[in-house]
Design a binder for this molecule. Structure first.
Ligand code: HEC
Length: 163
């Protein structure tokens, strides 16, 4: 029974990700599908080997990002979080690899630590220096790089191995 459900889980996993592998830029419909994943299915993805391909920092970074940043930056860092309609300017997509490549790790850490005010950007980007530990901030930097790398961040898009 146990074995059965592992195989079943693996199959649906392969089917699901196999179907978006050739899709560099997921259509909006696809994004909606990802967003509507039930928590239990998401959990099964996380515990399946998919996330084990990611570095420790990237996995930790995802947890912090999901907790603190998704509300504005969106699940995939595309600047479409629940709260983003309140933001002017809207955050640039963190999944934009060209844009993010222009930042050094230190520059990303600085934005996250000191917020928009600290780097002459929108004050709506909060400062996290007093909320998060410095290791959490470096995990976030790793995760932002992953978002940019995979244009979506996570096993659902692209190969994490080229990282
Ligand atoms: C209250 C909404 C909000 C939250 C929460 C938030 N951000 Fe932002 N963030 C913004 C806005 C708005 C900008 C754009 C600032 C600008 O371009 O002037 C931004 C910009 C950024 C940038 C710089 C990108 C650029 O365009 O220069 C990074 C990196 C970033 N945020 C990371 C994070 C991380 C990591 C978290 C979670 C710890 C986070 N943000 C939480 C609103 C938010």
């Amino acid at each position: 029974m146990m074995r059965h459900s592992i195989i079943l889980g693996l199959c649906s996993f392969l089917f699901f990700f196999g179907s978006c592998r050739n899709n560099e830029k997921p259509e909006p419909a696809e994004t909606a599908k990802v967003d509507s994943l039930s928590p239990s299915f998401e959990d099964s993805i996380r515990t399946a080997s998919a996330w084990s391909k990611f570095s420790y920092g990237e996995r930790k970074g995802k947890r912090v990002f999901d907790e603190y940043c998704v509300i504005c930056h969106g699940q995939h860092g595309e600047g479409d979080g629940f709260n983003s309609y309140n933001l002017d300017p809207k955050p640039h997509s963190l999944a934009d690899s060209v844009y993010i490549a222009a930042f050094s790790d230190a520059a990303l850490a600085q934005v996250i630590s000191f917020g928009g005010r600290g780097v002459n950007k929108s004050v709506l980007m909060p400062a996290y220096k007093w909320t998060l530990r410095s290791d959490q901030i470096s995990y976030l930097v790793a995760y932002v790089r992953l978002l940019a790398h995979n244009a979506g961040g996570g096993p659902s898009s692209g190969s994490p191995n080229g990282h």
